[in-house]
Design a protein around this ligand. Structure first.
Ligand code: 5AD
Length: 485
């Protein structure tokens, strides 16, 4: 145990990549704060700089390399500066990273974050650069969040599992995050309850394959479908044990576990969002086989249909890779037709890039960069059309919007304040409200008056406006609205 305060100084943390990394960064901040470290406003002022990295796609790793390059002059001026690389690039490269990047002091994997204060202490006492990238396979650790009342975001992340047992041929995650390990359901419930107690209204459950969840204390799945997991039971338990939670979402599920029980949970539980993000990766069976996704296009469609049918108004989004080795025009056409057939309302699209250690490195990366770019552009063009049509279809409807904070652009008149929030399906809605109402964290009814390119403009219904807390009346609640990107 490190004596508190001994090495306290300031740290600056920069996060790349997915929500899992954002979550890990939050936990790192808490661990450092608990050991007397405080946050620096800029990298130049900090005693320790932590880069929390992502390696799922090529660009993120390039970003890290140029970021470290930018820090080198700082280190020249301040030789005591400790530069730490955390996250997936750290795990993937380990000691090799120390050898390759001269100015690094510490390389720390996602399972070793709790050791950060002790490792920093050693660094400040003159220890040589070191890499700690050991998976906690036998005794998995999940750093618990320490939500503070009044400081909680409207929507909080809660980790339910880590690692991945799938072996999708393109994906580096099994090598950077290790095998699947599940957090005990009781710890998950406790953390959700603590977030709600601190003021959060929504929880986003996080896991690499969030729907493969297992916990021996939960009821066993009732069917003998081998793809069933205890994820639906976990959702039911959260709904029951954290009744004040307004909304529950999860990411990212794998289609294999999008089972009948999961659909039943969506039909049963009002707290679940009417939106599911379900990565498909491709609409071509040949590509899906080469990607080792372990489902066919028809199976994917049947599974997401069952989920969508479980709840009126459910929307779906997805992840797609274009230009996987061997992808022909015909394969890509199949992907476009999947996007049309399922009617996704949004998607994340990526150009394939070979990652270290992955099985697909043995396949020839034969789709040219030009073709990859053209396919991605075509995919995005289709998505824009579908996405806009969906948003336009909501004009005139009434939506329940969970307000998150102030919008980035404000009306010029000053007579009203623009806030933004999300519908039950996670569409972004902007609302102009009188300056004296304080809606962050509230669920309000809004009529949708206009569709923007990627969001909606709404107006509070008169009833919703009357019901809102006034700032003067409740000065302690959400006085300063966080500005959202
Ligand atoms: N190349 C391109 N995209 C990838 N993804 C994962 N690995 C790769 C890769 N090697 C995408 C997948 C995944 C998302 C998080 O990133 O679509 O769902």
């Amino acid at each position: 145990m490190v004596p508190r305060g001994i090495v306290s100084g300031t740290f600056y943390l920069q996060t790349f990549g997915c929500q899992m990394n954002v979550h890990d960064s939050d936990r790192m901040e808490e661990v450092l704060a608990a050991h007397g470290w405080s946050r620096a406003q800029t990298a130049a002022e900090a005693d320790v700089i932590v880069l929390n990295t992502c390696s799922v796609r090529e660009k993120a790793e390039q970003k890290l390399r140029s970021e470290v390059g930018r820090l080198v002059p700082l280190k020249r001026n301040k030789p005591d500066l400790v530069i730490v690389v955390a996250g997936c690039v750290a795990q993937q490269e380990g000691e090799a990273l120390l050898a390759r990047v001269e100015d690094l002091d510490l390389v720390i994997g996602p399972d070793n974050l709790a050791e950060l204060p002790a490792l920093l202490l050693a660094q400040r006492q003159g220890a040589p650069p070191i890499a700690r990238t050991v998976f906690d396979i036998d005794a998995p650790r999940f750093l618990s969040a320490r939500p503070e009342r009044g400081k909680a975001p409207v929507s909080a992340f809660v980790t339910t599992m880590k690692g991945c047992d799938e072996r999708c041929s393109f994906c580096v995650v099994p090598y950077t995050r290790g095998p699947e390990r599940y957090r005990p359901a009781t710890d998950i419930i406790d953390e959700c309850a603590r977030w709600v107690e601190a003021g959060a209204r929504e929880v986003m459950l996080l896991g690499q394959t969030v729907d493969s969840f297992k916990d021996a204390t939960l009821p066993a799945p009732e069917s003998d479908d081998p793809d069933e997991s205890q994820f639906p039971a976990l959702l039911r338990l959260i709904a029951r044990e954290v009744p004040r939670l307004a909304r529950l979402r999860y990411t990212s599920p794998h289609p294999r576990h999008a089972t009948a029980s999961l659909a039943a949970a969506h039909a049963e539980l009002d707290v679940l969002a009417r939106h599911i993000h379900m990565p498909s990766q491709s609409g071509s069976d040949r590509m899906l086989r080469r990607m080792i996704r372990r489902y066919t296009r028809a199976e994917y469609v049947a599974r997401v249909r069952r989920l969508a049918d479980a709840r009126p108004g459910m929307t779906l989004s997805t992840d797609i890779i274009v230009g996987f080795p061997g992808e022909t025009d015909e394969d890509f056409e199949a992907t476009l037709s999947l996007v049309r057939e399922v009617g996704f309302t949004s998607l994340f699209g990526f150009k394939y890039s070979p990652r270290p250690h992955t099985p697909s490195r043995k396949l020839v990366d034969d789709v040219t960069e030009e073709v990859k770019s053209a396919r991605l552009a075509e995919l995005f063009a289709l998505m824009e059309m579908q996405g806009s049509a969906h948003l336009v279809s909501l004009v005139g409807s009434t939506q329940r919007v969970l307000v998150e904070g102030a919008s980035k652009t404000q009306p010029t008149t000053g007579a009203s304040v623009r806030v933004q929030g999300r519908t039950e399906r996670a569409e972004i809605v902007h609302l102009d409200v009188p300056p004296d109402v304080s809606p962050a964290g509230e669920i309000v009814e809004a009529s949708i008056v206009r569709a923007n390119k990627h969001s909606l403009q709404g107006a509070l219904t008169p009833l919703a406006l009357a019901a809102l807390p006034r700032r003067i009346a409740s000065p302690s609640r959400h006085v300063a609205l966080p500005v959202l990107a």
